[in-house]
Design a protein around this ligand. Structure first.
Ligand SMILES: Cc1cc2nc3c(=O)[nH]c(=O)nc-3n(C[C@H](O)[C@H](O)[C@H](O)COP(=O)(O)OP(=O)(O)OC[C@H]3O[C@@H](n4cnc5c(N)ncnc54)[C@H](O)[C@@H]3O)c2cc1C
Length: 364
């Protein structure tokens, strides 16, 4: 008899499994995909670690989480500094003095501030939609070149059709600093993310290609308690309706050239280019291989059966989630966790934090 049946071998399930085993518990991990790791899974092609479910950059300001994850891997010194390509013009992101200098040929923060302040005044009343909201925050030039097309591709709608509240703030930096994240710690694991999960799960029994919901009855008999990290609505057979997500599709290409775009992340901010961004994986690891792998990302609407990526936490879906949550509370032998179990966008550091908190409650 296992102490815990862990459904899902993503970061949440793996942290829980590791901590449970440390306390002498016996765990069985079931995973419906043909590999462990959940969405942080990386696989090697031509010696390059490919982030199969989207680019993942580890960043945190939580020292405890940083120390925790460093038990399982060494991190390189990658700093995320994405760039935007607008009709062949290249701009640094996030919006900072390098961006403004390129856009307006200016040099000082004061010059940049004056231009932005002047352009913001175009919007005099309460912004009625995302377009007006964005212009009221950063002015028309930045909106037109760096926000409009990208956002329209993400939402598959015109910015004038998207509500203003979607964007509350648009951070601008008046320093020449291209580091995307403000966190204290940042990097990419030197041997890829899958190796972290492998280490965390060392000693656990693992069944891949096993959908818990298909074999629930038999699997439940094998363990005293279940840790479920799959979609909460699927657990209840969608009895209250489906929770909505945004999805992404990836087009991967292996190219017989050494360096395609000179940066790991390039956003394509004009609407006419159909993909939102291109990831060139080798640059996460300063790779020097003779070939390269790129992934074009397309934002797409989600339908049941697609990979759920980003939860749509609007009031309708949050309300539905809360109703599922109430059902979940009645399942005394099951603990729901992770981004799908809690219908929540969690960065990796936050998911580790949440899993450790659950362990503290459950295992002490
Ligand atoms: C496109 C994208 C980019 C991201 N980039 C970053 C980033 O740069 N930095 C960062 O910190 N975070 C990033 N994240 C967040 C990161 O992916 C999550 O924090 C992390 O993957 C959450 O882990 P999890 O275990 O909760 O979920 P998952 O990784 O989704 O794991 C859940 C697992 O459960 C399995 N499962 C589901 N149902 C069943 C079932 N019925 N039976 C068996 N198994 C089942 C799934 O196959 C999956 O393997 C990104 C997320 C996305 C979507």
């Amino acid at each position: 008899m296992y102490d815990y049946l862990i459904v899902g071998s993503g970061l949440y399930g793996a942290v829980f499994a590791h901590e449970a085993m440390k306390k002498g518990k016996k765990v069985l991990v079931v995973e419906k995909r043909d590999h462990i790791g959940g969405n942080i899974y990386t696989e090697q092609i031509e010696g390059i670690n490919i982030h199969k479910y989207g680019a993942h950059i580890f960043h945190t300001s939580n020292e405890e989480v940083w120390k925790y994850v460093n038990q399982f891997t060494e991190f390189n010194n990658y700093i995320n500094a994405p760039i935007a390509n607008y009709k062949g013009e290249i701009y640094n992101l996030p919006f900072n003095m390098n961006t403004f200098s390129k856009m307006w040929g200016i040099v000082t923060p004061e010059e940049a501030k004056n231009i932005i302040e002047k352009q913001k005044k175009e919007i005099k009343d309460e912004p009625k939609n995302l377009e007006e909201q964005a212009i009221s925050l950063v002015g028309r030039d930045i909106y037109e070149k760096l926000i409009k097309g990208y956002t329209e591709k993400q939402w598959e709608r015109d910015c004038t059709e998207i509500p203003a509240f979607i964007i509350k703030r648009l951070p601008v930096r008046f320093t020449y600093d291209n580091n995307y994240f403000n966190d204290r710690y940042q990097g990419i694991p030197v041997n890829g993310y899958t190796a972290i999960i492998e280490k965390m799960l060392m000693g656990a029994d693992i069944k891949i290609n096993t959908d818990y919901l298909v074999y629930k009855e038999e699997l439940d008999k094998l363990a005293k308690k279940v840790i479920y990290t799959g979609p909460i609505d699927a657990y209840f057979n969608y009895s209250l309706g489906e929770l909505a997500y945004r999805s992404i599709s990836f087009e991967n290409e292996l190219l017989d050239i050494e360096n395609y775009q000179g940066n790991a992340v390039v956003n394509y901010t004009e609407r006419e280019v159909p993909y939102t961004r291109i990831i060139e994986h080798k640059h996460f690891e300063f790779g020097t291989q003779p070939k390269t792998v790129i992934s074009k990302e397309y934002s797409k609407e989600w339908k049941l059966g697609d990979e759920p990526y980003y939860p749509i936490n609007d009031s309708i879906n949050n309300e539905l989630y809360n109703r599922y949550r109430k059902l979940a509370e009645k399942e005394t032998n099951v603990l729901f966790g992770g981004r799908l179990g809690e219908y929540k966008y969690y960065d990796m550091d936050k998911v580790i934090e949440a899993a450790l908190k659950a362990c503290e409650k459950e295992l002490s």
